[in-house]
Design a protein around this ligand. Sequence first.
Ligand code: 3SL
Length: 256
Amino acid sequence: MHMREVKTIEVCTSPELVPFYGVEGKVVVVVDILRATSCMTTALAFGMKSIIPVATIEECRAYKEKGYLAAAERDGKTVEGFDFGNSPYTYMDSSFKGKKLAVTTTNGTLAITKSKNAHKVIIGSFLNLSSVTNYLMQQDRDVLIVCSGWKGKLNLEDTVFAGAIIDIVKDTFNTDNDSAIAAYALYDLVRKDIKGFLKKASHVKRLKGLNIKRDIIYCLQVDLYNVLPELQGDELVAMPTQTTHNTILRKVASGV
Ligand code: 3SL
């Protein structure tokens, strides 16, 4: 009898490296803890109907001109001419229920568009960690975690989060990918004080410089939402999720 080989999990530390991994046939988890994927998770949790991630400001402006809600961020700031930037607090508002949002961000939406040929693209953040890991453990595909990083470079917060995913799913996946091994080792090293460790992160310093401290604290909370954003065509929508695994929740929350 032919047995399927054990599923593999890899970590790609920058959108620029996606072509070296390839996404075809895989489940890709796109991660931009600060703040794009945390923001998307929040918006869908609060009832936004769908989110259209686009790589460029021009594409986003075209959606705005067609009457969509549109959010654009570059270097942490709201782009002139747009109503919204990239703060999750913007979307904690029931008036967005049933609406469609187009969004472009410095790194996160680029990571999504570069991953779009995958079997599935889902969106991961600490805010929906268990929804993501429950899904990964139940499906039968190899997984690539695509970290958005910062302008082509690795960042600490996405790498630590990739390690947190691996910590939970490691019994159902194999990996011989050095980035995945490194992400898990980093997570394991800092798991007891992730917030303290991430004070060193360049983007934490950048956001603090812009006086955006409350977003950082918010985005590092674990499992606020049982929501699984998935890319369907050009739009991210919330998929039904499995029941949350409370033991896993407690274990990870104590480290964050
Ligand atoms: O790069 C991105 O996609 C953003 O998340 C960056 S920021 O947190 O909005 O500055």
